[in-house]
Write a protein that binds this ligand. Structure first.
Ligand code: URP
Ligand code: ZN
Ligand code: ZN
Length: 457
């Protein structure tokens, strides 16, 4: 007797698509095949539907203290929205601060997250200060705990979050030693600060100058620096939210040369260009790095299509309108970040439905690759024995994104009015239904911490 039988759907993995049945038992995928004839507590006819692995959003900032406030989605709201967008695991970013350890940082966030999480969750740990080197001694314990990725900011200097190049190299090497990977937010802080000072003196304070103070070459320099150090010390590197063509090309070249480098981009960089900063609501699009020009947008899409970008994640970090309004007359006062966790999979699947990429590639980018890169051995694929994290997707369902049909706590979305072709109709996390045809049906506290494995390469 199975818990769930999904019949006659088109099962999609990163490599193939075929019509078949899928049986779930005890939260795991128990069988996949044609004409499975188990008796089952619940049976679904998925004819005409796609059956997909749940997405993994490898980049969120829930309840994050940032920009003079805290990001608008709690762990409850952010993971509820995740469930409703077909995301079955989120990776959040606890931030270690000077004098604090990795495990105490992570455990404090885990305490917040555990009672609230509606989908499974993992943590990358942001490192801001090595505590005179003592922090490095904790990397092994962190990896044993299941934290097999660390993050460094090459920016946010004034905010005390940036690391210098020596710290970066120490983190790269130590992470490698313990079987972990280093994630990097790459932008050049000094050039940004110089530009900001200049624009403010000139009275140039609209959101357009957020982009102008962090244009393509500002990101590219830091992307190249990160790639350079990772290559030089032969350590694995994951560049988060890649948004510029020049940096992308440098990272792709290094990958082609055989270096262990991975590239993430986000739907907002695929959908929008810097033109959004001239819109009346331009401040709502302020995030870092900013959206770039059309050449970068084209290059990112090309890399999504040709396989050189590895993952799509969201950098979900929404703020309320009144908070974005702090920067109405001064772009430097706009909290940086936008919503996206509920839009990731529908957006990429819509691109597949429109023939821009294949459904297999969408699955690879949003589920299989993040699971592989970050050591989620039980996730990322519809394979017997893995967690039954499943999305049922209706390719015929049209959907227009609006803040009113999202499931977060924020009060606006940069995706307002975006029309999608096809939409998820059900999400299962470890075999339990958490989203059903527009409604969240999960439970706060159901989500579990994902203890990740160390890298073996
Ligand atoms: O603007 C952004 N991206 N806010 C969140 C923090 C970060 O840099 O990822
Ligand atoms: Zn970032
Ligand atoms: Zn981020």
């Amino acid at each position: 007797m199975m818990d769930l039988l999904i019949k006659n759907g088109t099962i999609v993995t990163a490599n193939e698509s075929y019509i078949g049945d899928l049986a779930v038992d005890g939260g795991k995928i128990a069988a996949i095949g044609k004409n499975l004839s188990y008796s089952s507590a619940k049976t679904i006819d998925a004819s005409g539907m796609l059956v997909l692995p749940g997405a993994i959003d490898a980049h969120t900032h829930l309840a994050m203290p940032f920009g003079g406030t805290v990001s608008a989605d709690s762990y409850l709201a952010g993971t509820r929205a995740a469930a409703c967008g077909g995301v079955t695991t989120v990776f959040d970013y606890p931030m270690q601060r000077k004098g604090k350890g990795i495990l105490e940082t992570v455990e404090a966030r885990k305490e917040m997250c555990d009672p609230e999480a509606c989908v499974d969750y993992a943590f990358h740990c942001i490192v801001t200060d090595l505590n005179d080197g003592a922090l490095l001694d904790e990397f092994q314990a962190a990896a044993d705990y299941g934290i097999t990725s660390f993050k460094c900011f090459l920016v946010y200097k004034k905010e005390g979050m940036m690391v210098d190049d020596a710290t970066l190299i120490k983190v790269l090497l130590k992470a490698k030693e313990v079987g972990a990977i280093t994630n990097i937010h790459a932008e050049n802080p000094d050039v940004i600060d110089m530009n900001i000072e200049k624009f403010k003196k000139e009275g140039k304070t609209s959101p357009w100058y957020h982009y102008m103070s962090r244009p393509e070459f500002v990101e590219a320099e830091a992307d190249k620096r990160a790639v350079h150090w990772a290559k030089s010390v032969e350590a694995p590197l994951y560049i988060v939210h890649m948004a510029d063509k020049e940096g992308l090309e440098a990272a792709v070249l290094a990958k082609r040369q055989g270096h262990d480098i991975y590239i993430e981009t986000c739907p907002q960089y695929l959908e929008f260009t810097c033109d959004v900063y001239n819109r009346e609501d331009g401040r709502n699009f302020v995030c870092s790095p900013p959206m770039k020009g059309v050449e970068s947008q084209k290059a990112l899409w090309e890399a999504v299509k040709n396989g050189t970008i590895d993952t799509i994640a969201t950098d979900h970090c929404p703020f309320m309108s009144y908070e974005k309004d702090w920067g109405k007359d001064d772009f430097t006062k706009i909290p940086n970040g936008c919503a996206g966790v509920e839009n990731l999979y529908p957006y990429m699947l819509s691109a597949a439905n429109e023939g821009i990429i294949s459904f297999n590639r969408a699955v690879e980018l949003c589920s299989t690759n993040p699971a592989k890169i970050f050591g989620c051995t039980q996730k990322g694929s519809l394979t017997v024995g893995k967690d039954a994290d499943i999305v049922i997707y209706d390719p015929k369902k049209a959907f227009t994104i609006s803040v009113s049909n999202m499931h977060s706590d924020y009060d606006h979305t940069i995706w307002e009015g975006k029309m999608l072709s096809g939409y998820p109709v059900q999400t299962y996390v470890r075999g339990t239904l958490v989203y059903d045809n527009g409604a969240f049906v999960g439970k706060a506290g159901y989500g579990q911490f994902v203890k990740r494995s160390p890298r073996t390469v």
